[in-house]
Ligand binder design. Structure first.
Ligand code: ADP
Ligand code: 5GP
Length: 214
């Protein structure tokens, strides 16, 4: 059950394409089913196996622009020649319920969410590959993109990596189990920060009353 005595966290995962964000996000959600994944809208074509409303909401350019104009996006950006954006409504609903939301967004999305009114509840994590060769291997082994798309993503990987120091945490996704363990540890610690536990003052007052009543 979500912890209603705590505000929801916005957990941002960014990395160069292929470093393992989606894989780690899925593992984190199996570990904690109360986590909500922010399903982005995108104008890119679905990959084999992707379902509308699960990995993304697949939109035409006109539909995407209408969402932006109506103020429905928390953030949006052009990435690899397509548009991607985070629908605002579900994020605000999850925050209100004290549920934590995972975001798989690029550095532009990370900056915009951090600078939004929800910024104080952001925990941002940048994921690095162990090497550039491993990054390329992973993009190829995913076998979801054409050679041209893989080449273009590799060319843009250094630009994404250049934003690593804007993030609260940076982890190298070498061994998947270790990287997942690191993410769990970060999440557990961030959830327990004093300023995030809204019922704490009342709890300590109760301890005081119990002490006085001895
Ligand atoms: P991203 O979401 O960052 O673009 P993915 O999660 O799709 O990356 O991962 C890209 C590919 O690399 C996938 O085939 C995934 O199974 C694989 N992968 C992810 N993490 C590791 C790892 N630590 N070791 C080996 N392969 C990995
Ligand atoms: P992919 O096409 O591989 O699913 O995603 C490409 C890039 O777009 C990744 O870096 C991913 O993090 C980013 N991305 C996905 N959704 C969003 C979003 O809603 N906003 C932003 N700014 N980037 C996104």
């Amino acid at each position: 059950m979500p912890d209603t005595a705590r505000r929801g966290l916005l957990i941002i995962l960014s990395s160069p394409s292929g470093a393992g964000k989606s894989t780690l996000a899925k593992r984190l959600m199996s570990w904690d089913p109360t986590l909500r994944f922010s399903v982005s809208a995108t104008t890119r074509d679905p990959r084999t196996g992707e379902t509308d409303g699960v990995e993304y909401f697949f939109k035409t350019r006109a539909e995407f622009e209408a969402m932006v104009v109506q103020g429905d996006m928390l953030e949006h950006a052009e990435v690899f020649g397509n548009f991607y954006g985070t629908p605002k409504g579900p994020v605000e609903a999850a925050m209100g319920e004290g549920r934590d939301t995972l975001f798989d967004v690029d550095w532009q999305g990370g900056q915009q969410i951090r600078n939004s009114t929800l910024g104080k509840d952001v925990v941002s994590i940048f994921i690095l590959p162990p090497s550039i060769a491993a990054l390329e291997d992973r993009l190829r082994s995913r076998a979801q993109d054409s050679d041209d798309v893989i080449r273009s993503r590799m060319e843009k990987s250094l630009a994404e990596i250049s934003h690593w120091s804007e993030y609260d945490y940076v982890l190298v996704n070498d061994d998947l189990d270790r990287a997942e363990e690191m993410l769990r540890t970060i999440l557990t610690a961030e959830r327990n920060r004093r300023d995030r536990q809204v019922g704490l003052s009342e709890f300590v007052r109760k301890l005081n009353r119990e002490f006085d009543a001895r």
